[in-house]
Design a protein around this ligand. Structure first.
Ligand SMILES: N[C@@H](CCC(=O)N[C@@H](CS)C(=O)NCC(=O)O)C(=O)O
Length: 207
């Protein structure tokens, strides 16, 4: 029996951020879905209806699931973007979790309200965190035939490229511009026909 559902509804704010990996994977699999974008004013009424009071939430035939990485992993299975065995999946999961760590550090900067603390966080990101992670992601990509894990396209690549819009939007620059293997990886992912089409049709947002 197929695991695939008949209807998919994704609820998130009108931004890319944590929902974009899910949108990329749905598009990659050419799975139709309702891309429901909440108005911030609607949020207080919706929050209580969400499994853990947060979004993104994916409804599959009415069943709500939360946690963007878990959802992405599930969709990766549906779309054949996982590894062929547990060891390959471990390699993919480890890189995905590392991308999440990296993205979370950028989120801390994004949500900081105090100007002085924000400046310190930005300095730290620019001088240490970003080069630290991106140098490693870049050499991993070079060592994996141009992909982030197991030498072929997996959901880790879609996960990384889809979250770049968030990172770049928050930092107001293309953070991977000097990392040639990552630039090539992004080109490959964005050239996948259904993803390319998604980029043309998706609503504009800051990140
Ligand atoms: N670990 C969760 C984090 C979800 C999360 O932080 N969602 C935020 C938006 S990016 C949210 O719902 N914020 C509103 C709130 O907490 O009230 C995931 O990856 O899905």
């Amino acid at each position: 029996m197929s695991n695939e559902s008949n209807s998919y509804k994704l609820t998130y704010f009108p931004i890319k951020a944590l929902a974009e990996p899910i949108r990329f994977l749905l598009k990659y699999g050419e799975i139709e879905f309702e891309d429901f974008r909440l108005d911030v004013a609607q949020w207080p009424n919706v929050k209580d209806k969400m499994p853990f009071g947060q979004v993104p939430v994916l409804e599959m035939d009415g069943k709500m699931v939360h946690q963007s990485v878990a959802i992405s992993r599930y969709l990766a299975k549906l779309t054949n973007l996982t590894g062929n065995n547990d060891l390959e999946n471990l390699e993919i999961d480890a890189i995905v979790d590392t991308i999440t760590d990296f993205r979370s550090k950028i989120a801390v900067f994004n949500t900081e309200k105090d100007d002085t603390r924000k400046e310190v966080l930005k300095d730290n990101l620019t001088k240490e965190t970003i080069p630290y992670y991106l140098t490693r992601f870049d050499s991993i990509t070079a060592a994996n035939d141009g992909y982030l894990a197991i030498g072929r396209l997996t959901w880790a690549d879609l996960y990384f490229v889809s979250l770049l819009d968030y990172c770049n939007g928050v930092l107001k620059k293309d953070i991977i511009a000097e990392y040639s293997n990552l630039v090539k990886l992004r080109e490959k992912v964005l050239a996948i026909p259904s993803i390319k089409q998604w980029l043309l049709e998706r609503p504009d947002s800051e990140y």
